[in-house]
Design a protein. Structure first.
Length: 265
């Protein structure tokens, strides 16, 4: 039986009279790679901030890693990893210093930090770079390191907010190999992306529009439901009312971006 690590029931988030998240309901399971997709302004970033303990819901129940997002946001933060769109490591520190710093922030024992630091440097073949400043590394290596640091403390869930933006195709593929390896260890990977081919790599995908979850299922079942060959075609059919198989919210806020139809809010 699948173990639920994220449970969202009737989530509503309002900013004054504006509703950013409108009655969201979904679950995410242990070891799952869950794609959270939608166009600019769809409400994804707002939901992601609530799930990661950075914002509080207006109403509804949100349980992440066993903790209530409204009552225990600090406990959520201790049990998750987070990699944001913008590079989050300290450019004026070395690779080794960054890893050890974050180990301390996560509250890990010093002996464990030292051991895992050496293990991580071995795994990434980064020993030759270990005393180089982060600022001197190419973007691909930076992103690999940032992801590795986000799961350094073995969290129950890691949230990835457009983790492969700006990297080359080879590095992107290598990054997704790291994601699969992480999920195989039982860590849930909750990922947002504007690359539609990456949605195909997820166990399940949700698509948001105007604050609502419009579709949620495996890529294969979504393609079958919408009569599409790719998840990108599914998104296009959702975005264009004359192609939709059933009534959906207004597509007025859905827009293309660089040839890909999914963007980040």
């Amino acid at each position: 039986m699948k173990k639920t690590v994220i449970s969202v029931k009737n989530l509503v988030k309002k900013f004054g009279s504006f509703t950013a998240n409108d009655n969201l309901n979904f679950e995410v399971y242990e070891g799952e790679i869950f794609g959270f997709l939608g166009a600019n302004g769809a409400g994804k970033t707002t939901a992601l901030r609530i799930l990661s303990g950075l914002s509080s819901p207006t109403s509804g129940e949100v349980i992440v890693a066993g903790y209530n997002a409204k009552k225990d946001p600090e406990k959520i933060k201790k049990n998750i990893g987070y990699m944001c769109q913008k590079f989050s490591l300290y450019s004026d520190l070395t690779i080794r210093e960054n890893i050890m710093l974050y180990g301390g922030i996560y509250g890990m024992p010093k002996t464990l930090i030292i051991k895992r630091t050496e293990d991580l440097l071995d795994k990434l073949s980064f020993h030759e770079y270990s005393d180089r400043l982060i600022a001197d590394l190419p973007l691909g290596l930076k992103q690999k390191l940032a992801f590795s640091v986000a799961v350094f403390h073995e969290p129950k869930i890691v949230f990835l907010d457009e983790p492969t933006g700006g990297v080359d195709p080879i590095t992107r593929r290598q990054f997704w190999e790291m994601i699969y390896e992480t999920a195989n260890r039982g860590i849930t990977v909750f990922v947002t992306t504007h690359y539609m081919d990456e949605a195909e790599y997820c166990n399940r995908v949700s698509i948001m529009s105007e604050g609502k979850i419009v579709a949620i299922d495996t890529p294969a079942k979504l393609k079958e439901q919408y009569g599409a060959k790719t998840v990108e075609e599914v998104f296009i059919k959702i975005a264009r009312p004359d192609n939709r198989p059933h009534p959906l919210p207004s597509p007025s806020r859905l827009s293309g971006r660089g040839g890909n139809w999914v963007g980040i809010e």
